[in-house]
Design a protein around this ligand. Structure first.
Ligand SMILES: [Cu+2]
Length: 176
């Protein structure tokens, strides 16, 4: 009887050691597969890195031709290792409309997103991509500062204060 119990428990122990070794090998294999997949993703540039967005030099320029319309310019810096894109903007100013614009073949067109690649700084500027706000209330004008919320595909929303300045001396023939 006693011998039997010992015998069984020894078997169990041996069995459990074997199981652990077996699991270890499976884990190592899974780890290897994961590393392989990661290296493939890395090679194809699909590694989900993180963007790191910073907004500077933001300003809103009153349209010289249209009342209650501003073009918003800024620098969008992405110091991270993942790409991002500006997909919209919001403001609490009542009744306003906001659009993202870009220049294509010398013509201004509405766009759904402005790419901000990893490790780059994108300038929203005259004759380039920019944000437009229409139907700005009459009591908001030159010198006013309003909060603008920028919506990024990956980084979410970033709010910056934007000051409205006079039409730039640099003609940016937005309306042409
Ligand atoms: Cu525009």
């Amino acid at each position: 009887m006693f011998y039997d119990r010992d015998h069984r428990s020894k078997h169990r122990k041996i069995g459990s050691i074997h199981d652990q070794e077996g699991q270890g090998i499976v884990k190592k294999q899974r780890y290897g597969v994961l590393l392989f997949l990661l290296s493939v993703l890395w090679a194809t540039g699909c590694v989900p890195g993180k963007p790191q967005i910073r907004i500077t030099s933001q300003e809103a320029v009153l349209s010289p031709a249209m009342r209650g319309v501003v073009s918003v310019f800024m620098k969008i810096e992405n110091a991270g290792n993942g790409s991002d894109s500006l997909i919209g903007a919001k403001t609490a100013l009542p009744g306003t409309l906001i659009e993202l614009h870009d220049m294509k073949n010398g013509k201004m067109t509405r766009t759904e997103s402005i790419p901000v690649p990893a490790g780059s700084t994108v300038s929203l500027q005259p004759r380039g991509a920019h944000i437009m706000i229409f139907k700005i209330p009459r009591d908001i004008g030159e010198g006013s500062i309003f909060p603008l919320r920028l919506v990024f595909g990956k980084s979410g929303e970033k709010e910056v204060p934007v000051k409205i300045i006079r039409p730039s001396a640099i003609p940016y023939d937005h309306e042409s």
